[in-house]
Design a protein around this ligand. Sequence first.
Ligand SMILES: Nc1ncnc2c1ncn2[C@@H]1O[C@H](COP(=O)(O)OP(=O)(O)OP(=O)(O)O)[C@@H](O)[C@H]1O
Ligand SMILES: [Mg+2]
Length: 854
Amino acid sequence: MNTDPIPTEHRFWRHSPPQAAETLACGLNGLAEAEAAERLERYGPNSDAPSHVVSPLRAILRRLLEPLSLILLVAGVISMVTGDVIGGAIIVLILTLSIGLDTVQEGHAVKAAEELRRSVALKAEVKRDGTYREIDVETVVPGDILRVRAGDIVPADALIIECTAFTAGEAALTGEPYPVTKQANMPAEADDSSNAVFRGSVAQTGEAVALVVNTGPRTMFGAAASALTEAQGRTPFERDLHEFGLVIARLTLALVVVVLTVRVVFGRPVMDSLLFSVALAVGLTPELLPMITTVTLSRGALRMAKRKVIVKRLAAIHDLGAMSVLCTDKTGTLTSAEITLARSIAPDGNDNPRAAELGAIAAALGGDRGSLDTALIAGADHASDGWILGGQQTFDFSRRLGSVLAIRGQDQILIVKGAPETVIALCTRQRCGTAIEPIDEDGRAAMRERVRVLAQDGLRTVAIASRPWSGAPREIESSDEQELILEGLCAFADPPKPTAASAIAQLARAGITLKILSGDDPVVVKRLAGLVGLKADRVLSGSDIAELSDDALAVQVRSTDAFGRLAPDQKSRIVKALQASGEVVGFLGDGINDAPALKAADIGLSVEGATGVAQSAADIILLAADLEVVANGVEEGRRTFANILKYVRMGASSNFGNMLSMAIASMALPFLPMLPTQILLNNLLYDLSELGIPFDRVSPQATARPQRWDMKQLLRFAAIMGPLSSLFDFLTFGALLYLFHATPEEFRTAWFLESMATQILVIFIIRTNLRPWSNRADPMLTASSLTALVVAVVVPFTPAGAWFGFVTPPFAVLATIAGLVVAYLVCAEALKSLAVRPRPRSLQRGPRPHLGSP
Ligand SMILES: Nc1ncnc2c1ncn2[C@@H]1O[C@H](COP(=O)(O)OP(=O)(O)OP(=O)(O)O)[C@@H](O)[C@H]1O
Ligand SMILES: [Mg+2]
């Protein structure tokens, strides 16, 4: 079957759309849904990598093939064959139960989180069954008729059928830094692909309708189309967790090897010792860690979704909780996204519609979809009727300028629109009523002053200039944008959202500093900052920043909360400077100009409905463009992290302490301190007890400040709580051996009970830095813990206990154990504050709330 209708090496742009449609056996009117489904089957999904979904069977196999499981399985089977049927069966049963538990839990959570991620996956607009509809990018197929608009990421390689003012940024693909103007006719040059769009490029302006020719790996740039492939690199948090896992794994290995060697050297039975060592290793490995993290993060993602925060990358939840600075652009988050045209002002200062009309023509023909252009078009209805585009220089956020050549009948006029200071500097004349007069430096200064006064009143402006055009229409170059006639100013109202100030205060209380990174006029930014309660005696502008070295900038960014007139790369430079000074930086933005900063930030936040580039660069998508939503998300992020930390702390201290005592006892005692099956049961019940952790409550204190992984703090915790647990184990051993002269069976049973009770109950102490009774556990956690405990305590006294080698210890032994457990818990509670003592303030990275008004 032919799966590659137009091989890329054949330069698909040398085919006209009708030719290509013939090869692809489709028309130019779009596919029927049924046909598209059939094509999707045939060509495969429009993605670079095959999907990651793992079948349950695979997941089980993967776990079974891990070395420890494998050894256990083999050992279990050998035991069964060599006569110990019950012992062997128990090993196999417990192994099956743990793996089943793990797989089911993880499968559920991952699926739910994956569904959420898909709900905000990039969409493509294609014509199916005769109408345009939004579909998942992955389901675009060759033969689809595609529509792309400014800000979209082009989802597939396609031939342009028709387009207006369409330019595409191909920098990520070809390195070409400037947007390429596209058109529908086949160029004469074979290498010229201006009639084609490529997967992964970004539509900068305008709109195009195109025939999809190739998808997925068959596209020109394939996997290089990185904008569409989500970043899969490991985040610091994932690395830390992995590192923690490795530390434990190494310790485990060392311990097990020592135990095994010592026992064999002293002539203990080899098979017994091997099985014991393996069981010990199982007990030591935090095998639930990956599952607990995923489940906790996924549950966090689900809860965040209810609060309108969709997480695209699970680990971003932790990063959000760790965020100490949030940078945001202005429009759409601090102010409403719907800007309105307030005034149209002639150079003489009087209101006059001409500037707004020309602005509306330029906006309509220029094909930008930004909020200013939208406001211009809405502000001067029908102004653009009859005008067509003769050529253009697309708006560029670095130049803050764009031009269109507008043509209507005999009239030809170049309209230049952009930031006032840029446009005014290019003007040598100005319109005064019907006359055109020269403008000198004083006149220009007067205009700039007018802009400043408007800005102080909260109005942002763009300036409009023009030049009569004679000669044939063509693309506009910078050299055309000179000797212009100033036509006037368009002023826009962009008031702060009513909720902005309270949301910023909420963030400040949570230890997060907000900084405004705007491309807008510093005066406008300063006024807004004041209105929403930010300290903004000083606003740094793009030109100020350009003069600073990276080191100087890193100092400045700490004390400055508002920035104006930033070019897109300056936004990302500030983000990096903040990171260099030790902050965990979030960036919230929605425009093409925000994409570089979104990528640079530790956590990229964007908004549903933002431009495709911004959405694809973000880790988190907000369903409502509101800072309040971010603040709620942060709280959830910290809760989630706090719960993961509980499990890690448990593993690093109580569990580890117990297994350590076990290893030591096994070398010192003439008999096994616990049978392998008992250790496995112990481990299974312990795992069960922790199943409630992802659901647990978190005290407000634990979410009050940015939370980040702190290996030192964790080691400190382990170094205090681990030995404490071992100490009580040794007290138990002492009592059993010297006080009660216990038989090996009694010893094992009693110690099984002690170790289970201490290990399980200590969660109620470790889970909070407060007193256990002032911060109660969630019923789910209480239930999982107590159930596990009850099972552990009851099993030795049932007939099943005998299969595991348990006996019923005398009452005095039980009472002593109960006493030791209580004493252990009291000591753990007393030592806890030492173990979790916060770092000295000077070492903490600086969340410094900057609130101008209370
Ligand atoms: N479509 C446009 N036409 C003319 N000028 C524009 C246009 N878009 C932006 N500008 C100019 O460029 C400046 C920077 O753009 P803009 O304010 O949108 O940047 P931003 O960083 O996204 O700001 P914000 O924080 O408001 O979102 C504007 O203040 C305006 O002067
Ligand atoms: Mg913006």
